[in-house]
Design a protein around this ligand. Structure first.
Ligand SMILES: Cc1cc2nc3c(=O)[nH]c(=O)nc-3n(C[C@H](O)[C@H](O)[C@H](O)COP(=O)(O)OP(=O)(O)OC[C@H]3O[C@@H](n4cnc5c(N)ncnc54)[C@H](O)[C@@H]3O)c2cc1C
Length: 448
């Protein structure tokens, strides 16, 4: 048990901030969480539609996501977690192909037999590769072409890279696809190769809400609609936060914000550290969400290889979520990850809708548009950190150069991908690292 007098401010109430608050409060720290938004959750928050909570962005939990499942169990909402075997498909050259079983794979028409074999080899190869630091300096294209061949690269990997990284794809290290292949294989169930995914009734927020209640029982205070204006630093030490024009004093401050946001909140931190944070770039996302009367397709995800289509996948979450948990609606998302240099980020909603619908009609010519009840454009600016090849030394440390200012965000979970599992695992490690320094704070208090 730590000294009850240690007061800690956690800045940001996404899944990272809430998990961190829970872990610190369990060990006796007095934690206050400041969240800018109207509710907790950040990227994993929700919107209310017809009285039903729906994820703003599609969120699934994989059957191999053990950190998430442990938190779900500890929060008492395990009975609201459902496992489903989902299907995926590929949209290529005007056709939709299933891509689930070994038979689908063997018959996948866009590739010839030899190419299919090489694609399978790539997936297997990734499971045996363990030296990710070596791969950090290998361009993803070189790594993929070496094993899959140029034909498979052009047909499968290139469109998938474009989908995830937009114009930044060329400078991406091999670690990203390696990480993704390993995560993907973690969800496969033995020889049936059925992908197992899970969802929480009413979305990810069900966990966040339950965890926040646990936190409150442990004495955590949450402030919503409370944007931090400055992390106050005096004589090289974080001493509090400024919010609503008032300074609140703390023994330590932990930021879970995206690096450039944090950079703007610490005018008194060393200039080189602020510069390191502000130069970190992120992909944003434009993610129209369609609320439908009727299902669109049998797949959870339809990957799109056609580069003339602006969105890069169709994700029909109600092929995972039982529609009875969302009042019988069907929900589909049409995401597009956006590089910092892509002007699409500034498109007004009407322009997005016109452009997206043009291609939607081409892909689903038989779908009666009268079934589309809503087309809601969701957006976020800081989604996936861009980590160009060979720059892992630029990842900031948990203990910043400012005494008692700690940080954690998705930049720092590299080479893992930004997802709830990696974020919660990181938050738990971050809590341990902070807790290990608490005796130093106490010693410093005694000396002063
Ligand atoms: C389209 C999409 C699909 C995804 N799919 C999945 C999926 O299927 N499975 C999965 O596990 N993950 C998925 N993710 C990723 C997952 O949402 C993120 O990894 C996770 O939510 C990141 O949590 P975080 O707490 O680190 O960051 P954030 O959620 O960004 O939280 C940061 C918080 O800080 C707050 N904040 C910002 N500035 C201030 C300030 N000045 N003062 C106070 N608060 C501030 C923000 O409002 C926000 O709430 C998806 C994300 C997107 C966008």
């Amino acid at each position: 048990m730590q000294n009850q007098a240690n007061r800690v401010a956690v800045v940001g109430g996404g899944i990272m901030g809430v998990t961190l608050a829970y872990k610190l409060a369990q060990r006796g720290l007095r934690v206050t969480v400041y969240e800018r938004g109207d509710n907790l959750g950040g990227l994993a928050s929700y919107m209310l539609y017809d009285g039903v909570r729906m994820d703003r962005f599609y969120h699934t939990i994989l059957s191999s996501d053990m950190s998430m499942q442990t938190l779900i169990e500890e929060s008492g909402v395990k009975d609201r977690l459902h496992f489903t075997a989902t299907k995926q498909g590929f949209y290529d050259n005007g056709h939709i192909y299933p891509f689930n079983t070994p038979v689908d794979f063997l018959l996948f028409p866009p590739l010839n037999l030899f190419q299919r074999f090489r694609l399978g080899l790539q997936v297997i190869f990734a499971q045996f590769e363990t030296d990710w630091e070596k791969m950090d300096t290998v361009p993803v294209e070189d790594w993929l072409v070496r094993i899959s061949g140029r034909g498979v690269f052009n047909k499968v990997w290139k469109p998938l890279l474009r989908a995830k990284f937009d114009s930044t794809a060329e400078n991406v290290p091999a670690t990203y696809i390696w990480s993704r292949l390993r995560r993907m294989m973690g969800t496969r169930e033995g020889v049936t190769s059925k992908e197992m995914m899970c969802y929480l009734e009413n979305g990810y927020y069900t966990l966040i809400e339950a965890l926040a209640q646990k936190c409150e029982a442990l004495g955590v205070t949450f402030h919503l609609r409370a944007p931090i204006e400055e992390i106050v630093i005096e004589a090289g030490r974080a001493v509090g936060v400024r919010v609503g024009g008032q300074v609140e004093a703390y023994d330590a401050v932990i930021s879970t914000l995206a690096s450039p946001i944090l950079s703007g909140l610490i005018p008194n931190a060393p200039a080189d550290f602020r510069a390191l944070l502000s130069k970190q770039q992120y992909l944003g996302v434009m993610c129209p969400m369609l609320i439908l009367k009727k299902s669109l397709m049998p797949y959870y995800v339809l990957n799109i290889t056609d580069e003339s289509i602006p969105f890069t996948a169709v994700v029909e979450t109600t092929n995972l979520i039982d529609p009875k948990h969302v009042k019988g609606y069907h929900i589909a998302y049409l995401p597009k990850y956006i590089a910092p240099d892509n002007d699409m980020a500034n498109w007004p909603d009407e322009q997005v809708k016109a452009e997206w619908m043009k291609h939607f009609r081409r892909m689903f010519p038989d779908y009666d548009e009268a079934n589309i009840i809503e087309f809601i454009v969701q957006r976020a600016k800081y989604v996936e950190p861009i980590r160009p090849m060979g720059t892992r030394h630029e990842i900031p440390p948990v203990q910043t150069p400012v005494d008692r200012l700690y940080m954690g965000n998705t930049v720092m979970i590299y080479p893992e991908l930004g997802n709830g599992e990696a974020v919660t695992r990181f938050a738990i490690r971050l809590a341990e690292q902070v807790l290990a320094t608490v005796p130093e704070w106490q010693n410093a208090e005694r000396v002063s």
